[in-house]
Design a binder for this molecule. Structure first.
Ligand code: C5P
Length: 230
């Protein structure tokens, strides 16, 4: 089943402490953003990518796209001050019904089978998100004192991709912006409309490159994925 990707890539990556966009950091001689784009480049079901970037990084990103032969970019739009606004700019640039995947450029290790499951569930139910269950015991605490232990079976650590029917995502995004609601993912915007969101089990390798230590894990995950392909 075909889909289009909306990829926010306009962050500053302050937590990485690189002094420049963390998506430009290299893993195995390729920038992180290129690793992420290559997953979609190689998936025949992906019919295009809309990329949100910072205006002053547009040229640098364009030359990376050229250098690595990324051919599926349908549009490059200016990102916003918050991730949600970057995604909203992508939504505005794309006005076709069908399935849309929102995926952080900072998550290069997503698996094709997870994408396929998300697209299938979003086609059936309108909204589906990638997530994994916590491995540790989870507690709620206030001021450093435990209040209670949470039933771990009900908890999910949410990732991207998040897949939606275009009309569902557009309505959720526009309504959030109209009402001044700022969410940390697109699912939150859809949930607040009362629309059910399905969970699709993802992998622990689909980590977001956020801090320096993630780069160390990233090198290992990449190596393992490359070995699996041999
Ligand atoms: O900062 P964080 O890693 O949570 O950002 C997730 C994704 O959203 C990254 O790919 C980042 O480039 C993007 N982003 C964006 N616009 C912002 C902030 C983050 O496109 N204003």
């Amino acid at each position: 089943m075909d889909y289009v990707v909306m990829m926010p890539a306009a962050g500053s990556g302050k937590r990485m402490g690189a002094g420049y966009n963390k998506l430009f950091l290299q893993l195995d001689h390729k920038p992180i953003i290129i690793h992420t784009l290559l997953v979609f480049e190689e998936d025949p079901a992906c019919k295009g990518v809309i990329l949100a970037v910072k205006r002053d990084e547009r040229n640098e990103i364009q030359s990376m796209l050229d250098q690595f032969g990324i051919s599926k970019i349908k549009a490059i739009v200016d990102g916003g001050t918050e991730r949600q606004f970057s995604v909203a700019a992508c939504i505005e640039a794309h006005a076709e019904n069908g399935i849309v995947l929102v995926h952080d450029a900072a998550r290069p290790f997503l698996e094709r089978s997870v994408i396929a499951n998300l697209v299938q569930k979003a086609t059936e139910f309108g909204a589906a998100i990638a997530a994994v269950q916590p491995k540790d015991t989870m507690k709620i605490a206030t001021d450093g004192v435990v209040e209670k232990t949470v039933d771990r079976d009900k908890l999910w650590i949410v990732q991207t991709p998040q897949a939606f029917r275009y009309d569902v995502l557009k309505e959720a995004s526009e309504s959030a912006i109209r009402e001044g609601f700022l969410g940390t993912d697109e699912s939150m915007l859809v949930e607040r409309l009362g629309h059910p969101v399905r969970i699709v089990e993802s992998t622990y390798e689909n980590v977001k490159m956020t801090t320096q230590e993630d780069l160390v894990f990233g090198e290992i995950i990449l190596k393992r994925q490359q070995e699996d392909l041999v």
